[in-house]
Design a protein around this ligand. Structure first.
Ligand code: ATP
Length: 236
């Protein structure tokens, strides 16, 4: 496996609070890697460390061999990392189509693989709503639009922070199908989630975090077969 993203011995703080401890993980090209853990385990902080919003105080983070630590988030994004935060980011007064248009950017290699047409194929429901102000979409539709906007930035790696949170079961199922199609298109994905059911068919490998440290990592199939691990760290 060629590692696209690598974290080595990362230590991250919020002010004086030490949050991530000696955290190492790697993500291969085309993989879907899931970060699992209870509330407060450190999933969001891991994602924020990668994208540079809360850079680590020690340790190494590399993407395609580029050292990310110390770069501002916009530079990290430009290297080809798309970030979908927990709180959905849209422009409420712009229409769905305008939200996509303003997000269009070439990727690190100058390519623009995501066109509006390709986004509509992945999210047909958004096409039907393309003239609607984004502020009038439901939570699930806004989540899809946030992902669609991020894709318009031509990422090679997508960081998704708890995308299923707060969504109705039917919408969660729809989102899972869409992410499955994204995976099939070859996109590399890091998925921070609490909902094991949401990631079980989607993820290739799992890292379980607790108190800011990796407690377990392995292939998704091994994790799913290990009821003890799930009970110990996830209460499922
Ligand atoms: P959640 O599902 O709640 O987002 P998480 O696994 O993503 O959980 P983090 O948000 O990374 O967890 O939080 C890890 C720890 O860092 C928690 O103990 C949390 O209280 C703490 N923390 C998060 N944000 C801050 C902050 N801005 N300042 C201080 N501590 C913080």
């Amino acid at each position: 496996m060629t590692a696209l993203l690598e974290l080595g011995h990362v230590e991250t703080y919020y002010g004086d609070s030490h949050i991530l401890f000696d955290l190492s993980l790697e993500v291969g090209t085309g993989e879907v890697v899931c970060l699992l853990g209870r509330n407060g385990a450190g999933k969001t902080t891991t994602v924020r460390s990668i994208i540079g919003l809360t850079p680590p105080r020690a340790g190494r983070i590399t993407f395609r061999g580029h050292d990310l630590v110390g770069l501002p988030p916009f530079r990290i994004a430009r290297l080809g990392i798309g970030y979908v935060p927990e709180n959905r980011r849209i422009f409420p007064n712009l229409s769905v189509a305008e939200n996509l248009e303003v997000a269009r950017k070439a990727g690190g290699n100058g390519a623009t693989p995501w066109t509006e047409g390709r986004v509509w194929e992945l999210f047909p429901h958004l096409r039907d709503l393309r003239h609607r102000p984004a502020g009038r979409l439901s939570g699930g539709e806004q989540q899809m639009l946030t992902i669609a906007r991020t894709l318009m930035g031509s990422p090679e790696l997508l960081l998704l922070d708890e995308p299923s949170e707060g969504l109705a079961p039917l919408v969660v199922q729809m989102l899972r199908e869409q992410l499955t199609r994204l995976k099939a298109s070859g996109l590399t994905i890091v998925l921070a989630e609490q909902n094991v059911h949401f990631v079980s068919d989607l993820g290739d490998r799992v890292y379980i975090l607790e108190n800011g440290a990796v407690r377990y990592h392995g292939p998704m199939a091994d994790f799913l077969a290990d009821a003890e691990i799930r009970r110990a760290y996830l209460a499922v």
